[in-house]
Design a protein around this ligand. Sequence first.
Ligand SMILES: [Fe+2]
Length: 298
Amino acid sequence: MPKDGNLQSKIEYAFSIQPERFRAYAFSDTESVSANDLETAVEKYKETGFVVLDINNVTDLHSLPPHTILQTIGGIFDLGPLYTPKQYSAKEREQFYKKGVNKIVAGDTKLHSNFYSASNQKIHADGTLDPFNAVRTAMLYCVKPAIEGGENSVFNLVGALFDLHKENPKLAEALFQRDALTKFSPSNPSLDEVTDSAFAFDAEGRIISRYSDSEEYCRWSNDPLVQEALKFMRERLISSDEPKRNVEFKLLSGQILIMANNQVAHSRKAFVQSDNNEREMWRALFAKDLTALSLEAY
Ligand SMILES: [Fe+2]
């Protein structure tokens, strides 16, 4: 990678080493992969930054409690220990986390405005108050889908940035400004806000992202270039034009969405449920990238 190059040459280098996955790939394929075919799952994940893994036909796994399933999948993909986000105090950790995994059901939003809400969740990367690139992998396991709604979307952030760079390189640069995006905790305003760029480079020179776009916990810089870049990203990320930079689908029972949290973002539509038919999801976060399989753990 260019060590002392200017920002433009770093961006160009990053795109040159990420050609298939983010430049050419249109987000459209959401077909799940059986957990019996993990090699295909990794291949698909590397192409697009996410994969939907189906564990329904893997009895050994499917019969385990949700947090153990996610922990086991993390082990299979060599993701190291579960990661607990910074914004949860010790007390909240007990409330929301079971061995680093949290259950997402609609309920009392006073307990947690996001996890217990049935409303839509706008485009975001998980780990709101965590340092850039701290949460590299996120998993969402569906025990029971909503009766209606609750679809997830995955957004190809790097692909959208590529489109922006093609159109106006200066605007793409603006999203690398170190004060471009501030995130804060709406439920706990006493916690420190985190201000950083929306995009950056990892040690290998690849583009990584913390792009999120919800007024509830995001504040973008007023710099005119940042604002113009944001306008482009908003349009591009929900555009139906090709190449398509987003895809929407509904996770079914026994499916796990695995995402590169530092490469793609996600969102959720509002949903409805009844008292005896609750939507039930479980989320796990990991600090490591999913790059390999460790089949011994399985
Ligand atoms: Fe999320």
